[in-house]
Design a protein around this ligand. Sequence first.
Ligand code: FE2
Ligand code: FE2
Length: 279
Amino acid sequence: MKLIHLSDTNIGHGNNVQRMQSLLDDIASLGDPADYLIVHTGDLNDNSNPDTMQQSRALLDPLAEKGWRILLAPGNHDCGDALHVDPGRAERFRDHFSSYIFGKQPKQFPVLTLTDDCALIGLDSNEGEMGFWEHWMAEGNLGTAQIESLNTLLDRPDVRQRKVIVYLHHHPFFDAFAVRADVADKGLLSHLFNWNTRRFRRLKDAYTLMQCIRDRVDILLFGHQHFGLDYSAEGQRYGIPLTLDGSSSTATQMDTDRMRYRVIDVATGKFETRFVGLQ
Ligand SMILES: [Fe+2]
Ligand SMILES: [Fe+2]
């Protein structure tokens, strides 16, 4: 089976509806939906307004109706905005997209989807961030209860006998930036802004997560920071062979004319990057 990794499509911002449509058209041209599973690692929406969520569903539903399987993890923008998450909006998001988030599973995280050869485990990295003092800024926090459930899940024989794929929104490697924009790359102000606010976009319990999943997971997928880099070198320190940041699938690199997404062969761990031109 192959995974298609999408992330941070931020529907509701700019012309991301058209961009997302181009991406989905390209995905639909790949072949038989039965050979693929689409994993979206959050920030599907730019905000949680009902109009925006309807637009997103209108994009995903036709693909799902044609047999494409889509799994979705909640991002901070889905549950609030760039600066905070909100419990009420998080619930609205879960309700609106429950068929993509939970499928036929119980409506709680971690959520487990089993295929013939894969165990896919979705996490909600906003869940531990909903308390009054925590929910400011776009940090992630899985929370003790969710990581404990993950720990139990990873011991299950039906999980262990499959390839294990964990997906979540927030970036689990706070310091693992292979490339940092410097003053000459993006201007002094944006350099200073990004440098000083990075801690407010982190996953606060990344260390506990990595302690839990080390040597037990084959593929780790996430988004949020829009770096779009292959973090496998970092993940391999934790015994995780393939670790990918999905970037923002609807954004273009350096404002060039193409978007990108990854297609990952689960059996071999090899992946290719598909480029999609803007219309
Ligand atoms: Fe994002
Ligand atoms: Fe995000």
